[in-house]
Write a protein that binds this ligand. Sequence first.
Ligand SMILES: Nc1ccn([C@@H]2O[C@H](COP(=O)(O)OP(=O)(O)OP(=O)(O)O)[C@@H](O)[C@H]2O)c(=O)n1
Ligand SMILES: O=C(CO)[C@H](O)[C@H](O)COP(=O)(O)O
Length: 447
Amino acid sequence: MEPRPAAPRPRLCDSLGADQTPSASTLNAARAEARPAGRRAPAVAAVLPAGGSGERMGVPTPKQFCPVLERPLISYTLQALERVCWIKDIVVAVTGENMEAMKGIIQKYQHQRISLVEAGVTRHRSIFNGLKALAEDQPDSKLSKPEVVIIHDAVRPFVEEDVLLKVVTAAKEYGAAGAIRPLVSTVISPSADGCLDHSLERARHRASEMPQAFLFDVIYEAYQQCSDYDLEFGTECLQLALKYGHIKAKLVEGSPDLWKVTYKRDLYAAESIIKERISQHICLIMDTKDENHVGHRLEEVLKDELNHVKVTSRLPCHTGRDLDQIVSEQCYSYVCVNVMTSDFEEIRKLVNMLEESNLSILYPVVVISVYFLDYKSVPFDQKMENLMQIREYAKEVKKRNILLCGLLIYYPQDEQKLQESLRQGATIIATLIKERNSGLVGQLLVA
Ligand SMILES: Nc1ccn([C@@H]2O[C@H](COP(=O)(O)OP(=O)(O)OP(=O)(O)O)[C@@H](O)[C@H]2O)c(=O)n1
Ligand SMILES: O=C(CO)[C@H](O)[C@H](O)COP(=O)(O)O
């Protein structure tokens, strides 16, 4: 039996940013990095069954294509697997009628390493079709048979590298492995007359989740021997490895986020989790170096209000160089503090950089333009005329998934009122970033 590969190493893919696909040289470097001396890293591929109709979701669109933050659910799962640079191929099984839509998603969100196969009428048949694509070296296929294959539902978007590595490592040793979770409800067995026959002791049972991983030959041979009944009604790949391959899969404790999107409530939960994850970093761009200026006080109040969020500040003159760094850190929330001017020059520069970075292809980027309205120095009507440009400009940039709105904070005012305005401003900023509500683009809010 092959020795276990080394423990998980830092992801080389991270240095490229989780949403970017590593180059071939980085993949090779990652493999070399992850390969202890003398041990060969297994060739790993993934099969994603995505051919269901999502009946339990109760909407016409199959749930894998339902939008979350205006992006199809399946795209998040693909992104999660693409982050893992040692998965060389990702085979997705979709129905013929959804093939073009799937190709469009791959192109729009710049997914890589994806191959498409026709789904089957059941989940097992879809998976089997995916395995066939990996098993047979068709003349024009760029796919090759992997040593280990991951099977993961396309509607489980929150899968991390660590659990993938655990199931793959275990599959190499045991032949099969799968993620499990504690049961939330007790499992019961009803009798023919619809009454309780018996219940299972919940603590002694687990829920089978995904990802699962198998030595390719183990699961492929199991599917080839599968009865029609199993292909039609089965729901558990680990059971096929046991029944047809006599392999007892290694069970790996998974994280709470491995759940499968099945009902409509799961879409709302997925959107909430994604919003929370992309709101963990705020970049504050100041247009003044004056450390004593009120704009820097807003930074302090924001840090105080949002103690779990990373707030980094930048000056426009450094923005270009620094922004590349921020983009690679996956920052999707920008607060531009304008104390010196109410014109749009700085905002336009930032928006142009964000567009060039393609950052807003995957997630909506929030840009909040904060104006300290020194109503004593500039006639109010002249300033408002300037500021009202935001409405039209915001409509324009919304098309590129950038959500722009304005925030006015009166200034100067007595210390207590100013502190109150700053706190109100921080609350408004936090809400705009957390909610990412496209209905508010172009609005001018007042703290
Ligand atoms: N013929 C099928 C049926 C299901 N799946 C996929 O298997 C995964 C898990 O199945 P499930 O949650 O049951 O999806 P649906 O069958 O679409 O849901 P429902 O049972 O509510 O119709 C999903 O990614 C689904 O697209 C598939 O590839 N081929
Ligand atoms: O949890 C799982 C174990 O492999 C599968 O995702 C689940 O069984 C799929 O069943 P269904 O397609 O009916 O949702």
